[in-house]
Design a protein around this ligand. Structure first.
Ligand code: WQD
Length: 354
């Protein structure tokens, strides 16, 4: 639950997505009023319907592509009419491989959406943004756990859009000190809403570990390929800081309340992680326990661009916001499995109108 604070009316850009939908539930349960802006290019109106069901609250919705210059006027008008106190910005493309193949689309969409959102917030006098950034902004040579002062250096265009947007927001804050900015650097969000009604619904073959494991467990795919077992880690497989998406969502409420409580403008970079790492094989074993299903896997070559091990120094979020991750790897697996089992086709191929 978030505290009652000075930021009660929030624009959630990308609010229908995997993380955005969980953020919406968290903010609604904290008593906030929301305007979601989403173009449903990689999300479903069904997710928002379920957010309304879970929270028992209504949400305003603007179906718009923030990166389309032709829609900028409508966005500015609607945001002004909503009278927001600030925004959570999760609108963007997020597939690493796709970003390597189509870098200009990633720069246009991710940076363009940010420019329009900032313009609309400025026009509405709501100079407060919590941005959905990523641990992918860190370079490959940092010692673990990685603090926010770690060296930056993403290795693909997707990661660079996250870093460039962080930099844009920092420049904005330097130019106009009224802005309050918090770049939240997510580690590896996994799991699903404990109700089993919200979760990740990747289009096509999943790029990320948990959705892939879940689709193997449910019988939709035959075998998990484990990318490398010769890393210098406990069991040779990659180690990541998996964080439950509900803990992550709570971090957004905490960040919003923290920014709202600050007297002056500021720009913060804050890790959201658990502070501990699990290996790919540990995640597979935990998912197997949670689902009671077999998860066949085979060892495959390393995936290009992967680091052996990364986990967060999560102490800053605790010091600033009083936030820390509470859910275990077993919780992540149990909730992810419940979602996958109850929604084997995600939100369904037929995207209902909303
Ligand atoms: C985790 C571990 C893989 C799939 C990525 C992005 C990052 C962020 C989150 C998203 C690694 C291994 C994976 C598979 C495997 N952005 N793996 N078989 O790479 O840490 O982070 O997602 O929006 O920017 O880079 O997460 O889940 O892809 O991989 O063995 O089929 O699982 O090698 O060690 P990653 P991941």
């Amino acid at each position: 639950m978030t505290r009652k604070g000075g930021a009660q009316r929030i624009v959630v850009a990308g609010g229908a997505g995997y993380i955005g939908s969980h953020v919406c539930v968290e903010l609604l349960q904290g008593g906030k009023s929301l305007l979601v802006i989403d173009d449903f290019s990689n999300s479903s109106p069904e997710a928002l319907k379920r957010v309304r069901e879970i929270s028992g609250a209504d949400i305003e919705l603007l179906r718009a592509d923030l990166a389309d210059p032709a829609q900028e006027g409508a966005v500015i008008e609607r945001v002004a009419k909503f009278r927001p106190d600030g925004a959570v910005h999760l609108a963007g493309l997020k597939a690493v491989g796709e970003s390597v193949a189509e870098p200009m689309r990633y720069y246009r969409v991710n940076l363009g959406a940010t420019l329009t959102l900032v313009k609309a917030l400025d026009a509405a006098g709501a100079r407060l943004v919590v941005f959905s950034s990523s641990a992918t902004v860190y370079g490959e040579r940092n010692a673990n756990p990685v603090p926010e002062t770690g060296a930056l250096g993403p290795t693909n265009p997707y990661g660079r859009t996250k870093l460039f947007i962080e930099e844009m927001l920092r420049d904005l804050q330097r130019a106009d000190e009224r802005w309050k900015i918090c770049n939240l650097r997510y580690f590896n969000p996994v799991g699903a809403h404990a109700s089993g009604r919200l979760g990740e619904d990747p289009a096509g073959v999943p790029n990320n570990l948990f959705p892939y494991i879940a689709q193997v467990a449910v019988g939709r795919r035959a075998t998990l390929a484990v990318f490398g077992n010769d890393y210098p880690t406990r069991d040779g497989t990659g180690v990541r800081d998996f964080i439950h998406v509900e803990d992550l969502a709570r971090g957004h409420g905490a960040a919003l309340d923290h920014l709202a409580g600050e007297k002056k403008g500021l720009a913060l970079d804050v890790n959201l992680g658990t502070g501990r790492g699990y290996s790919v094989l540990e995640a597979v074993a935990a998912f197997k326990r949670a689902s009671n299903r077999d998860i066949p896997y085979e060892i495959a070559p390393r995936r290009e661009g992967d680091v052996a091990e990364i986990f967060a120094d999560a102490s800053l979020a605790r010091a600033l916001f009083g936030w820390r991750a509470e859910k275990s790897l077993d919780d992540m697996c149990a909730d992810h499995w419940r979602w996958q089992r109850d929604n084997p086709d995600g939100y369904g191929r037929l995207k209902p109108q909303s």
